[in-house]
Write a protein that binds this ligand. Structure first.
Ligand code: NI
Length: 201
C-alpha cells in the first residue's frame, strides 16, 4: 500500500479510455495492490474519489470515500463499474484532484443505478443519489477519459482558458517527474496504513 503521485491535467493518462479488469474471483494480486494504492493516495490527498488512471493506470477501477462529509461512510471500491440507469438532474460544485484548486458547478443526473465488483471481486448493485451519485459519475467519467471540465458550457470554458492553459502546462511538465516518482515509491516498499482492515471488510 503506497501513496502515489496523482497525475495532473495535461497528462495523457487522463484522456485514455480504461480497460476492464478480467473478472476473476477472488481478485488478482495486481488489482488488490492497485486498490490499496488508490486508497492510500486518496486518504493522503483527503479527496472524495480517485480513479486508477489518475495514478497513470488505464484500468476500470475507482474508489470513493465520503467519510469527510458523512461519518457513516467509508472507502467504497468499484471494479468494472457499469451505470445502467440515470435519472433526474442536479447542479453541484465539483473539483478534481487532477485540477488543484479548481471548483465549478456542474449539472449531472441526480440518481443512478450501477453494478460493479467490490475489493473482494464480488458483484454488487447500488442505487445512489446526492453526493455519492455525483462522485461516482465523476469517477466513472475518468474511466472513459472524460474530465469534469468537459461538462462546462463553452462560455465558461472560454472564461477559464488562461487558468486551464496554465494547469495543462504544469501537468505536462510534471508528467515525467510523476513517472519517476511513482517507480521510486514502488521500489521503496509499501508503508502500512490503518486502512488495510477496511479493505478486507
Ligand atoms: Ni477527478
Amino acid at each position: 500500500m503506497a501513496v502515489r503521485s496523482i497525475v495532473l491535467y495535461g497528462h495523457p493518462a487522463l484522456r485514455k479510455k480504461s480497460q476492464a479488469i478480467k473478472p476473476v474471483q477472488p481478485i488478482d494480486r495486481e488489482t488488490k495492490k492497485l486498490v490499496a494504492d488508490l486508497i492510500a493516495t486518496l486518504d493522503n490527498a483527503e479527496g472524495l474519489g480517485l480513479a486508477a488512471n489518475q495514478l497513470g493506470v488505464a484500468k476500470r477501477v475507482f474508489i470513493v470515500n465520503l467519510s469527510h462529509i458523512d461519518p457513516a461512510e467509508t472507502f467504497r471500491v468499484f471494479i468494472n463499474p457499469e451505470i445502467f440507469s440515470r435519472d433526474g438532474e442536479c447542479e453541484l460544485e465539483e473539483g478534481c484532484l487532477s485540477f488543484p484548486d479548481m471548483y465549478e458547478y456542474i449539472t449531472r443526473p441526480e440518481r443512478i443505478k450501477l453494478r460493479a465488483r467490490d475489493a473482494g471481486g464480488n458483484e454488487f448493485t447500488l442505487e445512489a443519489d446526492g453526493m455519492l451519485a455525483r462522485v461516482i459519475l465523476h469517477e466513472n467519467d475518468h474511466l472513459e477519459g472524460k474530465l469534469f471540465i468537459d461538462h462546462l458550457s463553452s462560455i465558461t470554458r472560454q472564461l477559464m482558458r488562461g487558468k486551464l492553459k496554465k494547469l495543462r502546462a504544469e501537468g505536462v511538465a510534471s508528467a515525467a517527474s510523476v513517472a519517476s516518482a511513482a517507480s521510486a515509491l514502488k521500489s521503496s516498499g509499501a508503508p502500512q496504513t490503518p486502512h488495510n482492515a477496511r479493505l478486507e471488510r
